[in-house]
Design a binder for this molecule. Structure first.
Ligand code: AMP
Length: 440
């Protein structure tokens, strides 16, 4: 057993009794309890049940939680509570020493997210949860004007939600300081490392006060996450909800074996037969996402591609249209789709399996959120069978293949070989990629 496994095996577990208790057993202030009632949250999710008391007690935490587990509230609620409690005292003492007008609220909590979408999402959650308190939050991410963000920051804010690159830009230009930071959150730390933000994280942490509380959330764990946690966390409480790297149980996973040249026909039929009301489809490449969205539109299904080539404004617009139900299909790439939170989303389709098996877990985590049942459908062509094997390894579970009537694979057809090298070469490359990212 490795040190990291040992650490996880000593993680907290929720007793039956605790699990049955509601939010009022978590020592939350009345303003938050009222907000939760208004939002219709009845029971804390397991990550909230374990995370909220630990954060309120001032502990560092390392939490393994999937998207959709309610992890945002698990850190947002106790942070708001802690800041609300000392808000008035802090500002009054600052005004006494610096004069009324000079005193501006210092940033006391920082939430780092890998993508703009997730940052927006977290910002929305803080706005919701803090609405009956005086606690304020602001958002900074790249791809939009830095000036407007600097102006907001100059007015003073309690909580900052940021992507790493843009945060460093602001620190460099002096539009913010983090000298009085008390709480630091890493949301989706695994994805931050995957996206190559390690250097930014190191540079940033050097500029933060040592005496702070740090919370690290990650959907998956590998050695690189444990390495990171060693430098960042002090005696963390380990919280693990469900199995590591396991897809949430409320997601039904179906795999339809189909020839690659018939996938478009199959997905069109599934959607237009009304079986899938609204779908988030994943493709590996931006070009393929554009092509698929165009083809579906041609077939009369309102669709848009969603990937990094779209401007920030366009991405927000497309997401809004999808949320409002004006679009039936969003065809997304892996990176772009992080942070998409659509509570009612029932269907996720893997038009192609991802090269990295862990991305499968992230993809299907977009559905089945906070207890809603979700369905994840994979269209599996024979070229991708080795990728399914990798997914099965990481889930530690077989995903039986089904054939849909009229779309049975034609085994007399030769398997399409990928452009560079044969099938084996392809398999090797996929494996290497997976290994590389787990060693990063
Ligand atoms: P998250 O995993 O933080 O992205 O949350 C997923 C979704 O679940 C969000 O839309 C939240 O508003 C919702 N949610 C979080 N906690 C609860 C809860 N205890 N009861 C009902 N819905 C929740």
């Amino acid at each position: 057993m490795s040190a990291s496994d040992k650490a996880l095996s000593s993680s907290r577990s929720v007793s039956q009794e605790q699990a049955l208790q509601g939010f009022d057993s978590l020592s939350l202030i009345p303003e938050l309890l009222q907000t939760l009632t208004e939002l219709g949250y009845q029971q804390p999710t397991p990550i909230q049940q374990q995370g909220i008391p630990a954060v309120l007690e001032g502990k560092d935490i390392m939490a393994g939680a999937q998207t959709g587990s309610g992890k945002t509230a698990a850190f947002a609620l106790p942070i708001i509570q802690k800041l609300a409690a000392s808000l008035t005292d802090k500002l009054e003492s600052k005004q006494a020493t610096e004069g009324k007008s000079a005193a501006r609220k210092p940033i006391r909590a920082l939430v780092l997210t890998p993508t703009r979408e997730l940052a927006l999402q977290v910002h929305g959650s803080f706005n919701q949860y803090a609405r009956l308190t005086q606690v304020t939050n602001a958002l900074v991410y790249g791809g939009v004007s830095i000036e407007a963000q600097a102006k907001t920051l100059s007015e003073g804010v309690d909580i900052l939600i940021a992507t790493p690159g843009r945060l460093l830009d602001h620190l460099r230009r002096g539009s913010l300081t983090l000298d009085e930071l008390e709480l630091l959150v890493f949301d989706e730390a695994d994805r931050m490392l995957d996206m190559g933000f390690k250097d930014e994280i190191d540079a940033l942490v050097k500029q933060l006060p040592q005496s702070r509380q740090t919370l690290l959330f990650s959907a998956t764990f590998d050695e690189s996450i444990y390495e990171l946690s060693k430098t960042l966390l002090r005696k963390p409480v380990m919280i693990e909800v469900g199995e590591r790297n396991a897809a949430a149980v409320e997601i039904e996973q179906r795999v339809y074996a189909v020839d690659s040249d018939r996938k478009l026909e199959l997905i069109t039929q599934l959607i237009s037969a009304g079986k899938l009301e609204q779908v988030l489809i994943f493709s590996r490449k931006k070009v393929a996402a554009d092509k698929l969205a165009a083809n579906l539109t041609k077939a009369g299904i309102t669709s848009q591609a969603f990937h990094g080539d779209l401007s920030q404004g366009a991405r927000e617009k497309v997401l809004q249209q999808f949320k409002l139900g004006e679009l039936r299909v969003l065809v997304a790439t892996d990176v772009a789709a992080r942070g998409i939170d659509i509570v009612e989303l029932k269907y996720v389709v893997n038009y192609e399996l991802p090269y990295k098996a862990e991305d499968y877990v992230h993809r299907i985590g977009r559905t089945g959120r906070a207890g809603n049942k979700g369905v994840a459908i994979t269209l599996l062509s024979r070229e991708d069978e080795h990728l399914l094997e990798e997914v099965e390894v990481i889930l530690d579970k077989r995903l039986p293949q089904q054939w849909l009537e009229g779309f049975e694979p034609d085994f007399s057809k030769p398997v399409e070989t990928p452009r560079k090298g044969g099938r084996n070469a392809h398999k090797q490359r996929a494996k290497k990629r997976a290994l590389r990212s787990s060693r990063k």
